[in-house]
Design a protein. Structure first.
Ligand SMILES: *[C@@H]1O[C@H](CO)[C@@H](O)[C@H](O)[C@H]1NC(C)=O
Length: 260
């Protein structure tokens, strides 16, 4: 396994809060990986800020037991090269629907089979139910992932109905929403639902950093990761297929709030 080395590397980010980025964008490839270029340069410019980036070649890694496509083989190493990045592979879990459970395990194994040069550091489980009835299924998924990778994230999209889910992951996305439908008071922050394990991701947001919200979430609440994009989901579009217009200002604002 490769986990020790990368886990140590991610610790190079000295701030405790940073960004969780759904990077559902084709890197395009080529020497500059133009699809990811603005992100790559922002990460380099902010070495103290931790970035958890979720790669998602095809609603998951692609066909079972295949290697990453050539553009991912070329560009994931550019993320892994940066000491303040953790790379997570996207896995859909379909709310633990039994007919999809075998595929969840297969997707984890497919990422695990990728060559070390572009193998992710961890797994991001999407479409997590958060219900007590599904806890055993998620325990199975996350224990398999933890046996192979150093980082596990879950996305229930809102606070999990059962707080036992906090025991399964390093990070939980407890609010994924339209920017104007989110209020920090929706988060439950206490010793069994710690801010240090929570991330918030908002879309259809403003094009300039919402500084008072950033200050509340990062400086006051001390949540682990925040992301807001002006990319839109209105009319069922994918809100994560472009980077925010002004990613650099947004990262600068997060860094200032995390340093305050
Ligand atoms: C923390 O918040 C959750 C959700 O609101 C609640 O179920 C739990 O009892 C709280 N735990 C503590 C220790 O206050």
């Amino acid at each position: 396994m490769y986990t020790g080395l990368r886990a140590a590397a991610a610790a190079a980010a000295t701030l405790s809060s940073g960004l969780l980025i759904p990077l559902y964008i084709n890197p395009v490839g080529g020497p500059d990986c133009s699809g990811w270029a603005p992100l790559l340069s922002t990460i380099t410019a902010h070495p103290a800020v931790p970035f958890w980036t979720i790669i998602n070649p095809n609603s998951g890694p692609g066909d079972p037991n295949t290697q990453a496509g050539p553009e991912y083989q070329q560009c994931i190493p550019q993320l892994l090269d940066k000491p303040n990045v953790v790379v997570l592979g996207y896995v859909a879990t379909f709310e633990a629907d039994p007919s999809h459970q075998a595929r969840v395990t297969t997707d984890i194994d497919t990422y695990n089979g990728w060559a070390v040069a572009y193998r992710p550091d961890g797994i991001f489980f999407d479409q997590v139910s958060g219900h007590t009835a599904d806890f055993t299924a998620y325990q199975t998924f996350t224990s398999h992932a933890s046996s192979l990778f150093s980082f596990v994230a879950l996305n229930p999209g809102s606070a999990p109905q059962d707080i036992a889910y906090y025991s399964l992951a390093n990070l939980l996305l407890t609010a994924e929403n339209f920017y104007d439908q989110f209020n920090p008071s929706q988060l439950s922050l206490n010793s069994s639902t710690p801010a240090s394990k929570q991330a918030v991701v908002l879309h259809d947001g403003p094009s300039t950093p919402p500084t008072s919200l950033i200050s509340q979430l990062i400086t006051t609440d001390d949540i682990k990761a925040f992301y807001v994009t002006d990319d839109v989901q209105a009319n069922n579009q994918n809100p994560y297929d472009m980077l925010p217009t002004d990613l650099e200002s947004f990262v600068t604002a997060i860094e200032a709030a995390a340093s305050a």
